[in-house]
Write a protein that binds this ligand. Structure first.
Ligand SMILES: Cc1cc2nc3c(=O)[nH]c(=O)nc-3n(C[C@H](O)[C@H](O)[C@H](O)COP(=O)(O)O)c2cc1C
Length: 325
């Protein structure tokens, strides 16, 4: 006889949402809200209108990347709990703020498109590290796994050679200079910074920021702008910067959500292998620079984010808000 699946228990729901919100998000905006129907075993993932960056991210592409990353964590956590996650992206055209639903069927033998290999454990360990890396080269098989991960999640990873990396860093530096020259953008970014003692559970604590590169080779984002006050002294960063450009061949909202899942798959793969990562998104925030960042001879290439990876110290922890608002 047909036996309906039991409702999701409270501990499982908490664990799933805890994993989801550990995802990276632009400026730690955490632009997601989750509505859970335990009986229906359904998680709805909504965007949060007030967690947007009107100047930095007017199309909400970066917001979709962030939510996609959270959806990926949710999928991994579901598999970890023996559940099968069935994901629908943008399931209801009449409700544009509903970015995804995840139905948790099961118990299952696991989502065979999502092998774990320590990825679930990496969710809690992954943090953005804006510190210098050692420069020790990352072995080819690890990089190959990162490429496979992006592909499996519906995106692509381009590994630029030395000249290609310089080109992408030059575009990032150009974007960084424009951001500086644009007081409204600088002010927008600054509103997401948190000083010590703040109990606001989103935004970036100043303790998670990094120093500038003394050789000015890596244009790390300067979140403080030209704020008066003490600045972190510049430090020597790795000479040979290892980067990867995440891209998709279309540029629709569902592609952004897929790219976000791919981003997180790549970051967790790197973390599981003991790498540290940081993100350089500045060039994607200016349409002409984003176009220029497309792979040379790449045909239809819509770049989404530049990932810097290597060995080094952990970044500092950032806070997380209640995922149900
Ligand atoms: C779409 C996107 C763009 C980001 N862009 C940058 C960036 O340009 N510079 C940077 O230092 N961090 C960037 N980040 C990292 C976030 O600031 C970081 O994920 C957030 O502060 C939470 O911290 P955590 O990654 O350590 O959990 C980006 C993250 C996402 C998802």
């Amino acid at each position: 006889m047909y036996a309906p699946s039991p409702a999701l228990d409270r501990a499982t729901v908490e664990s799933l949402l805890g994993a989801a919100v550990a995802a990276p998000s632009i400026h730690n905006t955490q632009p997601w809200r989750f509505q859970v129907d335990p009986r229906d075993r359904l998680v709805e993932v909504h965007s949060v209108p007030e967690r947007t960056l009107p100047l930095t991210d007017p199309t909400h592409r970066a917001q979709h990347l962030s939510v996609g990353a959270a959806v990926f964590n949710l999928r991994l956590a579901a598999v970890h709990h023996g559940l099968r996650p069935e994901v629908a992206l943008l399931p209801d055209p009449s409700e544009p703020g509903l970015l995804a639903t995840v139905r948790l069927t099961g118990p299952s033998v696991g989502d065979d498109r999502l092998p774990d290999h320590g990825l679930y454990a990496a969710i809690a360990r992954r943090r953005t590290s804006r510190l210098p890396f050692t420069g020790r080269p990352v072995p080819d098989p690890v990089v190959a796994e990162m490429v496979t991960a992006a592909h499996a999640a519906g995106a692509r990873l381009y590994l630029p050679d030395f000249a290609g990396t310089r080109r992408l860093l030059r575009l990032t530096a150009a974007a960084e200079a424009r951001n500086h020259a644009h007081p409204d953008r600088t002010a927008e970014t600054r509103t997401w910074l948190r000083t010590p003692g703040s109990d606001i559970p989103y935004g970036i604590p100043v303790t998670a920021l990094g120093p500038p590169d003394a050789a000015a080779r890596i244009p790390m984002r300067d979140f403080t702008g030209r704020l008066p006050g003490p600045r972190l002294p510049a430090l020597g960063f790795e000479r040979h910067v290892q980067t990867a450009l995440l891209w998709t061949s279309h540029d629709r909202r569902e592609d952004w959500l897929r790219a976000g899942q791919a981003l997180q798959y790549v970051l967790l793969t790197a973390t599981a292998h003991g790498l540290r990562t940081s993100l350089l998104h500045q060039a994607m925030e200016w349409p002409d620079l984003r176009r220029a960042a497309a792979m040379p001879r790449g045909g239809r290439c819509h770049p989404h984010i530049l990932i810097r990876f290597g060995y080094g110290r952990d970044g500092a922890r950032t806070p997380r808000d209640d995922p149900r608002g």
